[in-house]
Structures are given as C-alpha cells and as structure tokens.
Write a protein that binds this ligand. Structure first.
Ligand code: SAH
Length: 260
C-alpha cells in the first residue's frame, strides 16, 4: 500500500479510532507499533501522516498529522489532466470488481454503474442488492487507490438507468461511448485535441448497447469511439479506453504542438 485512505468520518488532523479492516490492515498485516506511521490521505487527495498511538485487541487509536514539509516537496505534483468519468454498464457477477480495480489504476476519477437494456441479472435492480453492490465496489476502489498511490479516492456513484444519463456539452466536455463497430470517422486524438474540462466514457455490457441506446447516447452529446476490430470484453474495453485516454491527456502537449 502506498497511501492509507482515511475513513470517511475523518475530517483531517486529530485523533481517530480505527477498527475492522482498517485495524486488521494496520496492526496485523503491517504490524505497526505505537509511534509507527504510514502516509495517509483523505478521499479528496489531501495528504497526511497517520501515527499509531494506542493498540488494542480489536481497535487502535491513531493521530492524523500534517505531512512534513520535505516529503511534500518530494511528491510528484498532482496531475493536471482533465478528470475521466466512466459510465459502465453493469456486467455479470464479480466482473465489476475487475473494472473498478483496473480502471482506478488507469486513473479514472469517478465510476457510475449503469443498467442497460442488455444488462444481465435484473435482480440487482432491487434497492438493497444495489446498495450492497455499491458498498462492495467502494471497498474495491479504496483498496485499488491505496495500492497504486492514486492522487485521490475515485468516487463510486449510485447506479442509474441508461435513460438517466446526463447530457454533456461538447464545447467543454468530451463524452464518448465505446462501440465495437466503427460509427464515425473521428479519432480519439481529434476528439481530445480541443482543451476540455472533463472526459466522460460510456461502456456497454456483454450484450452491447441496443440501437435505441446508441441513439440516446448520441442525443445526450456522446460520440462513438472504436477501439479496433477485436471485440473486447466489457471490462477490457473499459480499461483499454481509460488507459488510452489517460496517455493521450498526459502527453497532450507533445502531440498537439508537434502537429503544428
Ligand atoms: N456482444 C457484442 C459485443 C459487446 S462488447 C457483439 O458481439 O457485438 C461489450 C462492450 O465493450 C461494447 O458495448 C462496447 O462498449 C465495448 N467494446 C468492445 N469491443 C470494442 C471495440 N473494438 N471498440 C469499441 N468498443 C468496444
């Protein structure tokens, strides 16, 4: 783990009590003793140091302290690229865990589960089941963020139906949907050439988007992106596209200036 993500009830500096998985990780897995510390952060990316002060049998106390000046200077600067949001059609079983794990590592900043026409497993539309699944995905996101040293904790939003997907303004936001057949001439480079505030990506389920859904997405300002002739599994398509977009954004200056 690169950086421990502090629990949601923690506001910043001060004393906190940790239990459950947090206690297990810090005291059993990392075997921290009184006075030991680990790098920590709040979900929004603010960085601290967590110092263990007291170790009990099932809980521990710790102090959240400001990060020392010198380690702040050694840090890589926060990325200055547009945030990448993923609207992911809910896949079968535990496949969503893989999507979250991989896409968090690839730098996604928000994931919204979406129910579509060809989503398998209608039972999950039930509210209690949905909530259980969302909590699970939040845990997966947190551990992926901790493991890769993400700049902040990506948000797992409440699931929506595809018809509730918001509209995006193509002047300031780049919204895409992935489709396994070429629907437009434009390349990702061309879409990302203009300076944008946010990138939004919609990925279909195992059965793909229906024709009606493709029209709806276009109507909401999404533009089609094709990733080549191989038909990818939904979890691979999401990872592939997030990774490609992130590299293009990180290297944007080099490829936009070189062209001129
Ligand atoms: N069942 C469909 C494939 C669905 S693939 C078929 O056989 O045609 C699942 C999702 O992954 C798709 O909805 C799309 O969003 C994405 N996807 C898979 N391969 C892709 C590709 N080559 N280009 C763009 N998107 C792709």
């Amino acid at each position: 783990m690169k950086r421990f993500v502090l629990p949601p009830d923690c506001q910043g500096e001060g004393e906190i009590t940790l239990s459950g998985k947090d206690f297990h990780y810090l005291c059993r897995v990392r075997r921290l003793k009184g006075g030991d510390s680990v790098p920590a952060m709040l979900a929004d990316g603010r960085r601290f140091v967590l110092v263990l002060t007291e170790k009990g049998t099932n809980t521990c106390r710790a102090r959240v302290e400001p990060e020392p000046e010198e380690s702040r200077e050694n840090q890589s600067r926060p990325e200055e690229i547009a945030p990448i949001e993923l609207y992911q059609a809910v896949p079968k079983g535990r496949v969503f865990d893989d999507v979250v794990r991989r896409c968090v590592e690839a730098g996604v900043t928000r994931i919204v589960p979406v129910y579509t026409e060809f989503t398998v497993g209608g039972a999950a539309r039930d509210t209690a089941e949905r909530q259980r699944r969302e909590e699970r995905l939040q845990r997966v996101a947190r551990s992926a963020a901790e493991q890769c040293g993400a700049v902040r904790l990506p948000e797992i939003a409440q699931a929506i139906e595809l018809s509730q997907i918001p509209s995006f303004d193509s002047n300031t936001e780049a919204a895409f949907f992935l489709h396994q057949e070429p629907l437009a001439e434009w390349s990702l480079h061309r879409y990302l050439e203009a300076s944008i505030r946010k990138v939004v990506l919609a990925v279909g389920p195992e059965g793909g988007f229906s024709q009606r859904e493709l029209r709806l997405l276009e109507h909401k300002g999404f533009r089609p992106v094709y990733l080549g002739p191989q038909v990818l599994r939904t979890e691979n398509a999401a990872f592939f596209a997030v990774a490609a977009i992130r590299v293009l954004l990180l290297e944007r200056e080099s490829w936009t200036t070189r062209k001129k």
